[in-house]
Every structure is written in structure tokens, then in C-alpha cells.
Design a protein around this ligand. Sequence first.
Ligand code: 5GP
Ligand code: 5GP
Length: 229
Amino acid sequence: MKLLHASLCLISLLLILPSIFAASSSEDFDFFYFVQQWPGSYCDTQRSCCFPTSGKPAADFGIHGLWPNYKDGTYPSNCDNTKPFDSSSISDLISSMQKSWPTLACPSGSGETFWEHEWEKHGTCSESVIDQYEYFQTALNLKQRTDLLGALTKAGINPDGKSYSIESIRDSIKESTGFTPWIQCNTDESGNSQLYQVYLCVARSGTGFIECPVFPRGKCGEEINFPSF
Ligand code: 5GP
Ligand code: 5GP
């Protein structure tokens, strides 16, 4: 009888254990989207934009965010409100962030509000792998390792307000980074579809790019504008 009781206890424990682990890893994720935005396309919409207090950003793609994602296309958000954004812990990264992760929202700001939003919504969901310092450092490293504008201009695709095939845009970025990007469009004031954001996928560890397990939804036209900035 005792033996039966002991085995029943063991079996129940074995049944319960996986759900305990599942609960503690509920903030886990499969990969990141590393998202960069073209400032010209953020600014020429109906909503317009404001330059950051540090001045007009370079005419280059800027970081929007590093977003943990699940391979079924869903994603976690706002995972830990006990870890607020702490700019003093990333003080040596701030000048690089001003250059590579500029804010274009109105009213003009230093960028802190944008970085705080990205950390709280997305960064806190990657804490099983990287802490706050590493989150921002990882994004900056990934930016340094991709030259989207260089890839495009090398293929004759320039921010000159002309239109280019989405295929040529995708191919030139694939050629340069080795990985297939996902292109997100928005529309300018006249309603033209234009190159807004470029998504690349990053391994869970944050160490390098991977082919995307899943692409976001949405569609651009076959030909899209590349506005100046
Ligand atoms: P939108 O609807 O403008 O594409 O996205 C609005 C916001 O939702 C994004 O800035 C981002 O914070 C979040 N978001 C949209 N799509 C994804 C996605 O596929 N993965 C993750 N992690 N966040 C997303
Ligand atoms: P997400 O779309 O990532 O959830 O939210 C972006 C938030 O950051 C919005 O509240 C938006 O107003 C703010 N934000 C500040 N600066 C920028 C910027 O340069 N680009 C984008 N896309 N959002 C910005």
C-alpha cells in the first residue's frame, strides 16, 4: 500500500513538473526581429515628425527596436514592470544611441522616451537571455553589422523619391547581409506606398542574424518609393 502511495506521488510530481517549468518560462521567446526605420518615410506622412533635441539625424536607417517573438508569429510584451528603464545604467551607450537610435516622434525629445518604451514593451521580454545593458548594446552591435543604405545604394537604389521594385530592395539587402529581410511600407501624404521599415531576424542569443522563422503580415506594392531625408 505504501509502495502504491509513493508511486502515485512520484507520478503526480512528474506530471506537475513540466507545467511548473512552462509557467516560469512564460516570458520566453524564439527569436528577435531587429527593426530599422527609414527617417524620410517616418517624416513625410500625414502625421509628420520632429527632429530630436540633439539635431537632425543622419540620412541613414535608424534603429526602431529589437523585438522578441515567437515562431508562431505572436509575441510577448511588457513582461516585467519591476525593471524600469534606467538611463544611468547605459550612460556609456547614450551617444551611440543618439546617432543610431534617434527618435522622430513629436514633440522633440532626447530619445529617452522612445528607448524607455522599447525597453519596457520589448526589452523586458528578453531578460531570460540579456539584461538591460546588453539589450541596448546588442541592438547597437547589430546596427553596426548591417549597412542597409550601403546595400541599397550599391544596387543603384537611392533615397531620391523615385520608385523601385520591392524585389530589388529585398535582393540587395539579402546580398549584403546574407539574410532575407522583410520590408514594411507606409504611405506618404499623397498615399504612395514607400519603404518604411526593414526587419531582419536575430537568434535568441542576440549573437547573429538568422533566416526568419516567420514573417510579419502586411504587404507593399510591387513598386515602392524611396523618399529622401
Ligand atoms: P504596427 O502595427 O505599426 O506594425 O506595429 C505597432 C507596434 O506593435 C510595433 O512598433 C511593435 O512594438 C509591435 N509589433 C508589431 N508587429 C510586431 C511583431 O511582429 N513582433 C513584435 N515583437 N512586435 C510587433
Ligand atoms: P511601437 O510602435 O514600437 O510599439 O511604439 C513606438 C512608440 O515610440 C510610439 O509611442 C511612438 O510614438 C514612439 N516613438 C518615438 N520615437 C519614434 C520613432 O522615431 N519611430 C517610431 N516608430 N516610434 C517612435
